[in-house]
Design a protein around this ligand. Structure first.
Ligand code: KIV
Ligand code: ZN
Length: 529
Protein backbone atom coordinates (compact mmCIF):
# COMPACT_ATOMS: atom_id res chain seq x y z
CA UNK A 1 0.00 0.00 0.00
CA UNK A 2 1.25 3.51 -0.76
CA UNK A 3 0.28 6.96 0.39
CA UNK A 4 0.46 9.92 -1.97
CA UNK A 5 2.04 13.13 -0.78
CA UNK A 6 2.36 16.42 -2.72
CA UNK A 7 6.11 16.72 -2.05
CA UNK A 8 7.13 13.06 -2.09
CA UNK A 9 4.71 11.43 -4.52
CA UNK A 10 3.72 7.84 -3.80
CA UNK A 11 5.36 6.68 -0.60
CA UNK A 12 5.72 2.98 0.21
CA UNK A 13 4.21 1.84 3.51
CA UNK A 14 7.59 1.39 5.19
CA UNK A 15 9.09 4.75 4.22
CA UNK A 16 9.70 7.16 7.12
CA UNK A 17 10.09 10.88 6.39
CA UNK A 18 12.83 12.51 8.46
CA UNK A 19 11.86 16.06 9.39
CA UNK A 20 14.82 17.88 10.90
CA UNK A 21 14.12 20.83 13.18
CA UNK A 22 17.67 21.55 14.36
CA UNK A 23 17.46 25.02 12.83
CA UNK A 24 14.08 25.80 14.43
CA UNK A 25 13.26 23.92 17.65
CA UNK A 26 16.99 23.35 18.22
CA UNK A 27 18.11 26.85 17.38
CA UNK A 28 15.54 28.54 19.59
CA UNK A 29 16.90 26.96 22.79
CA UNK A 30 19.23 29.03 25.00
CA UNK A 31 22.82 29.27 23.75
CA UNK A 32 22.12 27.51 20.44
CA UNK A 33 21.35 30.49 18.25
CA UNK A 34 23.21 30.58 14.94
CA UNK A 35 23.90 33.34 12.48
CA UNK A 36 22.94 33.19 8.82
CA UNK A 37 26.26 31.76 7.69
CA UNK A 38 26.17 29.05 10.31
CA UNK A 39 22.60 28.12 9.43
CA UNK A 40 23.56 27.82 5.77
CA UNK A 41 26.45 25.51 6.66
CA UNK A 42 24.16 23.37 8.78
CA UNK A 43 21.56 23.30 5.99
CA UNK A 44 24.20 22.01 3.55
CA UNK A 45 25.26 19.32 6.03
CA UNK A 46 21.65 18.29 6.68
CA UNK A 47 21.03 17.97 2.95
CA UNK A 48 24.15 15.79 2.67
CA UNK A 49 22.82 13.71 5.55
CA UNK A 50 19.66 13.07 3.54
CA UNK A 51 16.93 14.67 5.66
CA UNK A 52 13.62 14.87 3.79
CA UNK A 53 12.25 18.04 5.37
CA UNK A 54 14.38 20.82 6.79
CA UNK A 55 12.51 23.15 9.13
CA UNK A 56 14.58 26.26 8.58
CA UNK A 57 13.06 28.61 11.17
CA UNK A 58 10.13 30.63 12.41
CA UNK A 59 9.93 33.50 9.89
CA UNK A 60 7.66 35.83 11.91
CA UNK A 61 9.98 35.61 14.94
CA UNK A 62 12.48 38.14 13.60
CA UNK A 63 13.90 39.64 10.44
CA UNK A 64 16.95 37.39 10.95
CA UNK A 65 14.78 34.26 11.10
CA UNK A 66 12.88 35.35 8.00
CA UNK A 67 16.08 35.98 6.04
CA UNK A 68 17.58 32.67 7.15
CA UNK A 69 14.53 30.68 6.03
CA UNK A 70 14.50 32.56 2.73
CA UNK A 71 18.24 32.01 2.20
CA UNK A 72 17.90 28.28 2.90
CA UNK A 73 14.93 28.08 0.55
CA UNK A 74 17.14 29.67 -2.13
CA UNK A 75 20.28 27.66 -1.27
CA UNK A 76 19.46 24.49 -3.19
CA UNK A 77 17.88 26.28 -6.11
CA UNK A 78 20.18 24.75 -8.71
CA UNK A 79 20.25 21.33 -7.09
CA UNK A 80 16.64 20.08 -7.06
CA UNK A 81 17.77 16.45 -6.62
CA UNK A 82 19.58 17.25 -3.41
CA UNK A 83 17.13 19.79 -2.02
CA UNK A 84 15.06 18.82 1.00
CA UNK A 85 11.56 20.23 1.42
CA UNK A 86 12.08 23.57 3.19
CA UNK A 87 9.58 24.27 5.97
CA UNK A 88 8.77 27.50 7.79
CA UNK A 89 6.87 27.53 11.08
CA UNK A 90 3.81 29.73 11.70
CA UNK A 91 1.23 30.12 14.43
CA UNK A 92 -2.38 30.22 13.25
CA UNK A 93 -2.52 34.02 12.77
CA UNK A 94 -2.71 35.10 9.11
CA UNK A 95 0.36 37.36 9.51
CA UNK A 96 2.45 34.37 10.63
CA UNK A 97 1.30 32.22 7.74
CA UNK A 98 1.86 34.92 5.12
CA UNK A 99 5.35 35.57 6.48
CA UNK A 100 6.19 31.86 6.38
CA UNK A 101 4.77 31.59 2.85
CA UNK A 102 6.94 34.49 1.72
CA UNK A 103 10.07 33.02 3.32
CA UNK A 104 9.77 29.51 1.82
CA UNK A 105 8.60 30.74 -1.60
CA UNK A 106 12.00 30.30 -3.40
CA UNK A 107 12.25 26.60 -2.48
CA UNK A 108 11.63 23.86 -5.06
CA UNK A 109 9.51 22.04 -2.54
CA UNK A 110 8.12 24.08 0.30
CA UNK A 111 6.03 23.47 3.37
CA UNK A 112 4.15 25.74 5.73
CA UNK A 113 4.00 24.24 9.20
CA UNK A 114 1.23 25.84 11.23
CA UNK A 115 0.31 25.05 14.82
CA UNK A 116 -2.06 25.92 17.63
CA UNK A 117 -2.46 24.55 21.15
CA UNK A 118 -5.25 22.05 21.71
CA UNK A 119 -4.87 21.06 25.39
CA UNK A 120 -7.31 22.48 27.97
CA UNK A 121 -4.38 23.98 29.89
CA UNK A 122 -2.89 25.80 26.90
CA UNK A 123 -6.23 26.92 25.46
CA UNK A 124 -7.34 28.40 28.77
CA UNK A 125 -4.14 29.92 30.12
CA UNK A 126 -1.91 30.53 27.13
CA UNK A 127 -4.27 31.23 24.25
CA UNK A 128 -7.25 32.36 26.35
CA UNK A 129 -9.46 30.92 23.64
CA UNK A 130 -12.56 28.75 23.80
CA UNK A 131 -12.29 25.34 22.10
CA UNK A 132 -14.73 26.34 19.33
CA UNK A 133 -12.51 29.35 18.47
CA UNK A 134 -9.45 27.09 18.35
CA UNK A 135 -11.30 24.77 16.00
CA UNK A 136 -12.17 27.69 13.72
CA UNK A 137 -8.54 28.84 13.78
CA UNK A 138 -7.41 25.36 12.69
CA UNK A 139 -9.61 25.48 9.60
CA UNK A 140 -8.77 29.08 8.73
CA UNK A 141 -5.00 28.69 9.20
CA UNK A 142 -4.68 25.50 7.19
CA UNK A 143 -6.91 26.85 4.42
CA UNK A 144 -4.81 30.02 4.20
CA UNK A 145 -1.57 28.04 4.13
CA UNK A 146 -2.97 25.82 1.37
CA UNK A 147 -3.43 28.93 -0.79
CA UNK A 148 0.36 29.21 -0.79
CA UNK A 149 1.58 25.62 -1.01
CA UNK A 150 0.18 22.11 -1.45
CA UNK A 151 2.37 20.81 1.34
CA UNK A 152 0.88 21.94 4.66
CA UNK A 153 1.65 20.50 8.05
CA UNK A 154 -0.65 21.11 10.98
CA UNK A 155 0.50 20.58 14.59
CA UNK A 156 -1.52 20.31 17.78
CA UNK A 157 0.74 21.98 20.31
CA UNK A 158 0.59 20.11 23.65
CA UNK A 159 -1.22 17.42 21.67
CA UNK A 160 -0.26 14.64 24.08
CA UNK A 161 -2.12 16.41 26.93
CA UNK A 162 -5.20 17.22 24.83
CA UNK A 163 -8.60 15.58 25.26
CA UNK A 164 -8.75 12.90 22.63
CA UNK A 165 -12.28 13.76 21.39
CA UNK A 166 -11.31 17.39 20.87
CA UNK A 167 -8.02 16.37 19.28
CA UNK A 168 -9.93 14.17 16.83
CA UNK A 169 -12.17 17.12 15.87
CA UNK A 170 -9.15 19.40 15.34
CA UNK A 171 -7.35 16.81 13.21
CA UNK A 172 -10.52 16.27 11.17
CA UNK A 173 -10.82 20.03 10.62
CA UNK A 174 -7.15 20.28 9.59
CA UNK A 175 -7.49 17.42 7.09
CA UNK A 176 -10.73 18.83 5.68
CA UNK A 177 -9.01 22.22 5.20
CA UNK A 178 -6.18 20.57 3.25
CA UNK A 179 -3.39 19.61 5.68
CA UNK A 180 -1.19 16.85 4.25
CA UNK A 181 0.80 16.08 7.42
CA UNK A 182 -0.67 15.92 10.93
CA UNK A 183 1.85 16.31 13.72
CA UNK A 184 1.06 15.51 17.34
CA UNK A 185 3.80 16.91 19.58
CA UNK A 186 4.53 15.81 23.09
CA UNK A 187 5.44 19.45 23.68
CA UNK A 188 6.36 19.13 27.34
CA UNK A 189 7.94 15.67 27.22
CA UNK A 190 5.29 14.16 29.49
CA UNK A 191 4.05 11.18 27.52
CA UNK A 192 5.04 7.53 27.81
CA UNK A 193 5.57 5.39 24.70
CA UNK A 194 2.17 3.71 25.14
CA UNK A 195 0.45 7.12 25.38
CA UNK A 196 1.83 8.22 22.04
CA UNK A 197 1.00 4.90 20.40
CA UNK A 198 -2.58 5.08 21.72
CA UNK A 199 -3.09 8.68 20.54
CA UNK A 200 -1.96 7.91 16.98
CA UNK A 201 -3.89 4.64 16.81
CA UNK A 202 -7.07 6.44 17.93
CA UNK A 203 -6.66 9.29 15.47
CA UNK A 204 -6.03 6.92 12.59
CA UNK A 205 -9.04 4.79 13.49
CA UNK A 206 -11.51 7.57 14.21
CA UNK A 207 -10.78 10.61 12.07
CA UNK A 208 -12.37 10.72 8.61
CA UNK A 209 -9.69 11.23 5.96
CA UNK A 210 -6.85 9.97 8.21
CA UNK A 211 -5.80 7.52 5.49
CA UNK A 212 -4.95 10.44 3.15
CA UNK A 213 -2.39 12.16 5.41
CA UNK A 214 0.97 11.40 6.96
CA UNK A 215 1.02 11.34 10.75
CA UNK A 216 4.07 12.79 12.43
CA UNK A 217 5.64 12.48 15.90
CA UNK A 218 7.45 15.38 17.64
CA UNK A 219 8.72 14.34 21.06
CA UNK A 220 10.54 16.34 23.69
CA UNK A 221 12.97 14.70 26.04
CA UNK A 222 12.06 16.00 29.50
CA UNK A 223 11.78 12.47 30.87
CA UNK A 224 14.48 11.08 28.59
CA UNK A 225 11.79 9.32 26.51
CA UNK A 226 11.83 11.28 23.25
CA UNK A 227 13.39 8.51 21.14
CA UNK A 228 11.34 5.75 22.81
CA UNK A 229 8.13 7.73 22.22
CA UNK A 230 9.13 8.29 18.61
CA UNK A 231 9.76 4.62 17.93
CA UNK A 232 6.48 3.64 19.65
CA UNK A 233 4.66 6.12 17.39
CA UNK A 234 6.03 4.39 14.29
CA UNK A 235 4.35 1.17 15.40
CA UNK A 236 1.04 3.06 15.54
CA UNK A 237 1.30 4.21 11.92
CA UNK A 238 3.36 7.40 12.13
CA UNK A 239 5.48 7.93 9.02
CA UNK A 240 7.19 11.25 9.78
CA UNK A 241 9.61 11.77 12.61
CA UNK A 242 10.60 15.23 13.85
CA UNK A 243 14.05 15.28 15.37
CA UNK A 244 17.26 17.28 15.77
CA UNK A 245 20.98 16.64 15.53
CA UNK A 246 22.47 15.83 18.95
CA UNK A 247 18.90 16.00 20.30
CA UNK A 248 19.11 19.77 20.81
CA UNK A 249 15.86 21.67 21.36
CA UNK A 250 13.65 23.35 23.93
CA UNK A 251 14.63 22.46 27.53
CA UNK A 252 15.85 18.83 27.51
CA UNK A 253 15.69 18.80 23.72
CA UNK A 254 13.99 16.78 21.00
CA UNK A 255 14.38 13.20 19.80
CA UNK A 256 17.97 12.85 18.53
CA UNK A 257 18.06 12.22 14.78
CA UNK A 258 21.17 10.06 15.03
CA UNK A 259 19.61 7.81 17.67
CA UNK A 260 16.37 7.31 15.75
CA UNK A 261 18.20 6.68 12.46
CA UNK A 262 20.58 4.14 14.01
CA UNK A 263 17.81 2.39 15.96
CA UNK A 264 15.99 1.91 12.66
CA UNK A 265 19.12 0.68 10.92
CA UNK A 266 20.43 -1.54 13.70
CA UNK A 267 17.06 -3.03 14.71
CA UNK A 268 15.60 -3.40 11.23
CA UNK A 269 14.44 -6.87 12.33
CA UNK A 270 12.01 -5.30 14.82
CA UNK A 271 11.51 -1.91 13.13
CA UNK A 272 10.77 -2.63 9.46
CA UNK A 273 10.96 0.94 8.15
CA UNK A 274 13.44 2.80 6.04
CA UNK A 275 14.70 6.37 5.79
CA UNK A 276 16.95 8.18 3.31
CA UNK A 277 19.52 9.08 5.98
CA UNK A 278 23.13 8.48 4.94
CA UNK A 279 24.24 7.34 8.35
CA UNK A 280 27.95 7.65 7.45
CA UNK A 281 27.47 11.44 7.56
CA UNK A 282 26.05 11.46 11.09
CA UNK A 283 29.23 12.14 13.04
CA UNK A 284 30.35 14.91 10.75
CA UNK A 285 26.99 16.67 11.05
CA UNK A 286 26.99 16.25 14.82
CA UNK A 287 30.50 17.70 15.09
CA UNK A 288 29.68 20.61 12.84
CA UNK A 289 26.76 21.52 15.08
CA UNK A 290 28.94 21.20 18.19
CA UNK A 291 31.59 23.43 16.64
CA UNK A 292 29.11 26.05 15.51
CA UNK A 293 27.24 26.22 18.82
CA UNK A 294 30.16 25.53 21.15
CA UNK A 295 28.28 22.72 22.89
CA UNK A 296 29.98 19.34 22.71
CA UNK A 297 27.83 16.28 23.34
CA UNK A 298 28.54 14.40 26.56
CA UNK A 299 31.18 11.63 26.18
CA UNK A 300 28.66 8.82 26.71
CA UNK A 301 26.09 10.23 24.26
CA UNK A 302 24.74 7.40 22.08
CA UNK A 303 26.17 7.23 18.54
CA UNK A 304 28.18 10.48 18.55
CA UNK A 305 29.73 10.70 22.04
CA UNK A 306 33.52 10.27 22.34
CA UNK A 307 33.00 7.02 24.28
CA UNK A 308 30.17 5.62 22.18
CA UNK A 309 32.51 3.10 20.54
CA UNK A 310 35.36 3.06 23.09
CA UNK A 311 36.01 -0.17 24.96
CA UNK A 312 37.91 0.36 28.17
CA UNK A 313 37.50 -2.73 30.33
CA UNK A 314 39.88 -5.67 29.78
CA UNK A 315 37.01 -8.13 29.34
CA UNK A 316 35.40 -5.99 26.67
CA UNK A 317 38.69 -5.36 24.87
CA UNK A 318 39.44 -9.07 24.89
CA UNK A 319 36.00 -9.82 23.47
CA UNK A 320 36.38 -7.13 20.82
CA UNK A 321 39.70 -8.55 19.67
CA UNK A 322 38.15 -12.00 19.32
CA UNK A 323 35.00 -10.83 17.54
CA UNK A 324 33.83 -7.22 17.23
CA UNK A 325 30.17 -8.14 17.56
CA UNK A 326 30.71 -9.41 21.10
CA UNK A 327 30.32 -5.83 22.32
CA UNK A 328 29.45 -3.81 19.23
CA UNK A 329 25.90 -3.70 17.84
CA UNK A 330 26.83 -1.35 14.99
CA UNK A 331 30.17 -0.43 13.47
CA UNK A 332 31.76 2.94 14.21
CA UNK A 333 32.26 3.39 10.46
CA UNK A 334 28.51 3.13 9.86
CA UNK A 335 28.04 6.50 11.57
CA UNK A 336 31.21 8.10 10.25
CA UNK A 337 33.90 7.31 12.83
CA UNK A 338 37.12 6.77 10.89
CA UNK A 339 39.19 3.63 11.62
CA UNK A 340 42.22 5.73 12.41
CA UNK A 341 42.30 9.43 12.76
CA UNK A 342 46.07 9.84 12.39
CA UNK A 343 46.59 11.71 9.17
CA UNK A 344 49.03 14.35 8.14
CA UNK A 345 52.38 15.74 9.21
CA UNK A 346 54.50 18.78 8.53
CA UNK A 347 55.74 17.40 5.22
CA UNK A 348 52.25 16.95 3.81
CA UNK A 349 51.42 19.17 0.85
CA UNK A 350 48.40 21.17 -0.21
CA UNK A 351 47.01 18.38 -2.41
CA UNK A 352 47.08 15.85 0.44
CA UNK A 353 45.55 18.43 2.74
CA UNK A 354 42.74 19.19 0.28
CA UNK A 355 42.18 15.45 -0.23
CA UNK A 356 41.92 14.91 3.52
CA UNK A 357 39.44 17.78 3.78
CA UNK A 358 37.35 16.14 1.07
CA UNK A 359 37.34 12.86 3.01
CA UNK A 360 36.28 14.76 6.13
CA UNK A 361 33.32 16.20 4.24
CA UNK A 362 34.63 19.67 3.33
CA UNK A 363 34.26 19.19 -0.41
CA UNK A 364 33.21 22.71 -1.32
CA UNK A 365 35.73 24.74 0.67
CA UNK A 366 36.83 27.66 -1.54
CA UNK A 367 40.44 28.53 -2.47
CA UNK A 368 40.77 31.41 -0.02
CA UNK A 369 39.52 29.25 2.84
CA UNK A 370 41.79 26.41 1.75
CA UNK A 371 44.80 28.75 1.74
CA UNK A 372 44.04 30.07 5.21
CA UNK A 373 43.37 26.61 6.60
CA UNK A 374 46.54 25.21 4.98
CA UNK A 375 48.63 28.02 6.43
CA UNK A 376 47.25 27.25 9.89
CA UNK A 377 47.73 23.52 9.34
CA UNK A 378 51.44 24.03 8.52
CA UNK A 379 51.81 26.20 11.54
CA UNK A 380 50.10 23.54 13.66
CA UNK A 381 52.20 20.71 12.21
CA UNK A 382 55.33 22.64 13.22
CA UNK A 383 54.15 22.77 16.82
CA UNK A 384 52.40 19.41 17.17
CA UNK A 385 53.91 15.94 16.67
CA UNK A 386 50.84 14.35 15.10
CA UNK A 387 47.97 16.09 13.42
CA UNK A 388 44.68 14.22 13.77
CA UNK A 389 41.46 14.50 11.83
CA UNK A 390 39.93 16.22 14.84
CA UNK A 391 42.70 18.88 14.70
CA UNK A 392 42.00 19.54 11.05
CA UNK A 393 38.26 19.74 11.62
CA UNK A 394 38.73 22.21 14.48
CA UNK A 395 41.07 24.31 12.42
CA UNK A 396 38.92 24.41 9.29
CA UNK A 397 35.74 25.07 11.26
CA UNK A 398 37.61 27.99 12.76
CA UNK A 399 38.18 29.43 9.25
CA UNK A 400 34.93 28.74 7.42
CA UNK A 401 32.35 31.48 7.45
CA UNK A 402 34.72 34.00 9.01
CA UNK A 403 35.57 35.89 5.78
CA UNK A 404 33.16 38.69 6.66
CA UNK A 405 34.32 39.03 10.25
CA UNK A 406 34.98 42.68 11.11
CA UNK A 407 37.49 41.83 13.83
CA UNK A 408 40.32 39.42 13.04
CA UNK A 409 43.04 37.99 15.27
CA UNK A 410 46.62 38.82 14.23
CA UNK A 411 48.91 38.10 17.19
CA UNK A 412 49.12 37.77 20.95
CA UNK A 413 52.05 38.04 23.37
CA UNK A 414 51.72 37.01 26.98
CA UNK A 415 53.85 37.56 30.06
CA UNK A 416 52.62 35.39 32.91
CA UNK A 417 53.77 33.19 35.78
CA UNK A 418 53.49 32.67 39.51
CA UNK A 419 55.77 35.65 40.35
CA UNK A 420 54.07 38.37 38.32
CA UNK A 421 50.74 39.84 37.29
CA UNK A 422 49.84 38.61 33.80
CA UNK A 423 50.20 41.03 30.89
CA UNK A 424 48.82 40.55 27.37
CA UNK A 425 49.55 42.48 24.18
CA UNK A 426 47.12 41.85 21.39
CA UNK A 427 47.12 42.83 17.73
CA UNK A 428 43.84 42.88 15.81
CA UNK A 429 42.67 43.73 12.34
CA UNK A 430 39.48 45.80 12.70
CA UNK A 431 37.81 46.60 9.39
CA UNK A 432 41.22 46.36 7.72
CA UNK A 433 43.00 48.63 10.23
CA UNK A 434 45.60 47.26 12.64
CA UNK A 435 44.89 47.93 16.33
CA UNK A 436 47.03 46.99 19.30
CA UNK A 437 46.54 47.12 23.06
CA UNK A 438 48.28 45.93 26.20
CA UNK A 439 46.55 45.15 29.48
CA UNK A 440 47.15 43.42 32.80
CA UNK A 441 44.81 40.91 34.42
CA UNK A 442 44.29 38.16 36.95
CA UNK A 443 45.96 35.49 34.88
CA UNK A 444 46.70 35.37 31.17
CA UNK A 445 43.09 34.85 30.00
CA UNK A 446 41.82 37.82 31.99
CA UNK A 447 44.71 39.97 30.71
CA UNK A 448 43.94 38.90 27.13
CA UNK A 449 40.26 39.73 27.40
CA UNK A 450 41.13 43.10 28.99
CA UNK A 451 43.49 43.84 26.10
CA UNK A 452 40.77 42.87 23.64
CA UNK A 453 38.33 45.25 25.32
CA UNK A 454 40.88 48.03 24.96
CA UNK A 455 41.74 47.33 21.34
CA UNK A 456 38.07 47.09 20.40
CA UNK A 457 35.83 48.85 22.87
CA UNK A 458 32.45 47.22 23.51
CA UNK A 459 29.90 46.85 26.28
CA UNK A 460 29.27 43.10 26.02
CA UNK A 461 29.83 41.12 29.19
CA UNK A 462 31.52 37.77 29.53
CA UNK A 463 29.03 35.12 30.68
CA UNK A 464 30.92 31.89 30.20
CA UNK A 465 34.42 30.73 29.39
CA UNK A 466 35.22 27.04 28.95
CA UNK A 467 38.20 25.04 27.69
CA UNK A 468 38.30 21.53 26.26
CA UNK A 469 40.92 19.50 24.41
CA UNK A 470 40.43 18.61 20.75
CA UNK A 471 42.56 15.46 21.06
CA UNK A 472 44.77 13.89 23.71
CA UNK A 473 48.32 14.71 24.85
CA UNK A 474 50.01 17.83 26.17
CA UNK A 475 50.44 19.22 22.66
CA UNK A 476 46.71 18.87 21.92
CA UNK A 477 44.82 21.88 20.60
CA UNK A 478 42.60 23.59 23.14
CA UNK A 479 39.07 24.40 22.01
CA UNK A 480 37.67 27.36 23.92
CA UNK A 481 34.14 28.68 24.11
CA UNK A 482 33.28 32.23 25.11
CA UNK A 483 29.75 33.46 25.75
CA UNK A 484 29.07 37.20 25.59
CA UNK A 485 25.92 39.05 26.53
CA UNK A 486 24.84 42.46 25.27
CA UNK A 487 21.36 43.93 25.84
CA UNK A 488 19.94 40.51 26.64
CA UNK A 489 21.43 38.98 23.51
CA UNK A 490 23.65 35.93 24.05
CA UNK A 491 26.27 34.71 21.59
CA UNK A 492 28.84 31.92 21.79
CA UNK A 493 32.19 31.98 20.04
CA UNK A 494 34.73 29.20 19.53
CA UNK A 495 38.44 29.12 18.90
CA UNK A 496 41.05 26.37 18.67
CA UNK A 497 44.83 26.50 18.98
CA UNK A 498 47.68 24.56 20.62
CA UNK A 499 48.12 27.66 22.78
CA UNK A 500 45.14 27.80 25.14
CA UNK A 501 45.32 31.59 25.53
CA UNK A 502 45.35 32.11 21.75
CA UNK A 503 42.34 29.76 21.51
CA UNK A 504 40.60 31.85 24.18
CA UNK A 505 41.34 35.07 22.27
CA UNK A 506 40.04 33.55 19.03
CA UNK A 507 36.87 32.39 20.78
CA UNK A 508 36.28 35.87 22.26
CA UNK A 509 36.80 37.49 18.86
CA UNK A 510 34.44 34.99 17.24
CA UNK A 511 31.72 35.85 19.77
CA UNK A 512 32.36 39.55 19.26
CA UNK A 513 31.91 39.22 15.50
CA UNK A 514 28.62 37.43 16.05
CA UNK A 515 27.40 40.32 18.20
CA UNK A 516 28.36 42.76 15.49
CA UNK A 517 26.07 41.01 13.03
CA UNK A 518 22.91 42.69 14.18
CA UNK A 519 20.11 40.22 14.50
CA UNK A 520 17.35 41.96 16.34
CA UNK A 521 15.07 39.33 17.75
CA UNK A 522 11.64 40.76 18.46
CA UNK A 523 10.01 37.87 20.23
CA UNK A 524 6.26 37.93 19.63
CA UNK A 525 4.14 36.65 22.51
CA UNK A 526 3.88 32.89 22.94
CA UNK A 527 6.72 31.80 20.68
CA UNK A 528 6.73 28.69 22.79
CA UNK A 529 6.85 26.19 19.98
O1 KIV B 1 6.98 21.17 20.76
C1 KIV B 1 6.10 21.63 20.03
O2 KIV B 1 4.89 21.58 20.31
C2 KIV B 1 6.53 22.27 18.77
C3 KIV B 1 5.46 22.48 17.73
C4 KIV B 1 5.47 23.85 17.18
C5 KIV B 1 5.64 21.49 16.62
O3 KIV B 1 7.69 22.53 18.59
ZN1 ZN C 1 8.97 21.27 19.91
Amino acid sequence: MTISHPSFGDLPQDRVIIFDTTLRDGEQSPGFSMNLNEKLRMAEALADLGVDVLEAGFPIASQGDFEAVQAIATLFHNQPDRAPVVAGLARSAPADILRAAEAVRPAHRKRIHTFISTSPLHMKHKLRMEPHAVLEAVTASVALARNHTDDVEWSAEDGSRSEIDFLCRCVEAAIAAGATTINIPDTVGYALPEDMARIFATLRARVPGAERVIFSAHNHNDLGLAVANTLASLGAGVRQIECTINGIGERAGNAALEEVAMALRTRANALPYHTHIKTENILRTSRLLATITGFDVQPNKAIVGRNAFAHESGIHQDGMLKHAQTYEIMTPESVGWAKTSLVLGKHSGRAAFRERLRALGYADIDDAQLNDAFRRFKDLADRKKTVFDEDITALVDDEIGRDHDRVKFIALDILAGSRRRARASIELDVDGVCRTATADGDGPVDATFNALRQAFSHTAELQLFSVGAVTEGTDAQARCTVRLEENGKLVDGQGADTDTIVAAARAYIHALNKLLVKRVRTEPASLSA
